[in-house]
Design a protein around this ligand. Structure first.
Ligand code: PHE
Length: 465
């Protein structure tokens, strides 16, 4: 084991927090959270989401990092090591396989949306230089629609994003992932702060804050959606944090790192929502209907118009899309790394070969998703229940099934099967005494599994979250 430990890359102290926060912060925060918060009427949904992060997300975050650092292995190998002599034995490694599958599937469509942000960066740059006309504003919805229906565009931007992701992962843990994140995360933070400060001046700011933080009604499906999203947004349930955790130095504190990541992820989601809603609520009430009809595509169909209506918006809009693309890249890197590290650790492949082959496979698997959004009617008709379109179906399977099942398995394994002594040792090494150990274990043993089971039962009965 010791030679293996030496061969593996290790993150520097800040490197892990930055890389893991980079994984967590992505389209889930900037694209998905604002629109599901809108669909669930903000307010209480945000509160439930915060509670889910604290009571379900945070304990599982620590559990994944514990598993990764303890074993110095990617998910499949990690469960094989820890499950020795434990009831169920090798079967636990199925959780690792599920994680590899989730990484593969999520990246295949995530990269498509990420590609859109690159495209909109270019478009906004064009508008900023050539002027944003009334006709441009009126055509935002239809031009987004024709962009979606254009197969060359979809496949090109999907390819672009996959190439960037593969390139970074090829360079390795230290030179690739850590260095990229070191450069990107501070830029991201600075741009967000500029945009939030800018939103103070927006006439929609007050209403945005009220919308996000008032106490209002919430449906059962809203509660479940908040819990499900806490997995997606923190990159949990598929071993991304096990994989990154395997690169954490023994001198680092797992509780501190894990909780910092949860805090930063939540902060960015709230900042992104404040920015988005300040822009959206700046529009007079009578003119909002169209905006809200397509809440899932607000980021592309409505935001550009809002930006260009604001003072300084011409400069801010390309910057904003660049930020979203950066945030997405630090997430796609982690999705690919989960799959790639399996081939490196368990199959003895070289990193470059693994990144290239896996990346190509994921790209190809994403093709039907990319074509299902307006180009191919047949792919657009693929459906599970009310969810139509290859893209939607694949997203549904990953977020409603694979991540929650993975999270359930990880919480049960760590809470009930992993020796408490081992868990405590990992949490305390590099940290010192961890007085919250009993609370952590209780959440992992009871609260997390029951909440997730509840989600699964709900989904089985036909709900969506
Ligand atoms: N957490 C990322 C986001 O919020 C998505 C992601 C999920 C990344 C799972 C890695 C693993 O966008």
């Amino acid at each position: 084991m010791s030679t293996e430990v030496q061969q593996r890359g290790t993150f520097g102290r800040l490197g892990f927090i930055l890389a893991a926060a980079g994984s967590a912060i992505g389209l889930g925060n900037i694209w998905k959270f604002p629109y599901i918060a809108y669909e669930n009427q903000g307010g209480s949904f945000v509160l439930v989401y915060l509670a889910a992060i604290l009571l379900i997300g945070a304990p599982i975050m620590l559990a994944e990092i514990v598993i990764g650092r303890r074993t110095q292995q990617s998910p499949v190998g990690a469960f094989l090591v820890l499950a020795k002599g434990v009831a169920g034995g090798k079967l636990w490694s199925l959780l690792g396989w599920l994680g590899i599958g989730s990484g593969f599937v999520i990246l295949s469509y995530y990269s498509i949306i990420a590609g859109w942000t690159v495209y909109y960066f270019g478009r906004c740059l064009g508008w900023a230089m050539n002027g944003f006309t009334a006709a441009d504003a009126a055509n935002l919805g239809s031009s987004f629609g024709s962009f979606l229906a254009n197969p060359e565009m979809q496949l090109t931007f999907h390819a672009l994003f996959m190439v960037a992701t593969v390139g970074v992962v090829m360079m390795g843990v230290k030179a690739g992932i850590e260095r990229t994140t070191f450069i990107l995360m501070p830029i991201l933070a600075v741009i967000l702060v500029i945009l939030v400060v800018n939103s103070f001046r927006s006439p929609g700011f007050g209403e945005a804050i009220h919308f996000l933080f008032h106490i209002g009604p919430i449906s059962a499906s809203g509660v479940l959606e908040a819990v499900g999203h806490s997995f997606f947004t923190l990159s949990l349930g598929m071993g991304a944090m096990i994989t990154y955790g395997s690169y954490v130095s023994r001198k680092d504190s797992i509780p501190k790192a894990g909780l910092t990541i949860c805090f930063l992820d939540t902060l960015i989601a709230l900042m992104a929502s404040t920015i988005m809603f300040s822009i959206i609520f700046a529009v007079p009430v009578a003119e909002r209907a169209d905006t809200f009809q397509r809440s899932a595509t607000i980021l592309f169909t409505t935001l550009p118009r809002m930006f260009f209506a604001l003072p300084g918006g011409g400069v801010l809009s390309p910057v904003f899309y660049l930020l979203v693309a950066f945030a997405a890249l630090t997430s796609t890197i982690s999705l690919l790394e989960v799959v790639v590290s399996y081939f490196i650790d368990r199959r003895g492949w070289g990193r470059k070969k693994a990144a290239f082959i896996v990346g190509a496979g994921i790209y190809l698997f994403g093709v039907p998703s990319a074509l299902s959004l307006g180009y191919s009617e047949a792919l657009g008709r693929v459906a599970i229940g009310s969810r139509e379109g290859f893209f939607t179906v694949v997203d549904y399977l990953a977020s409603n099934w694979m991540l929650p099942i993975g999270g359930l398995g990880i919480s049960i394994f760590t809470g009930w099967f992993l020796a408490g002594r081992i868990a405590r040792e990992e949490l305390e090494e590099g940290h010192g005494p961890f007085p919250l150990f009993a609370v952590w274990r209780f959440l992992l043993r009871f609260v997390c599994p029951l909440a997730i089971l509840w989600i699964i039962v709900f989904v089985l009965r036909g709900g969506a979250f």
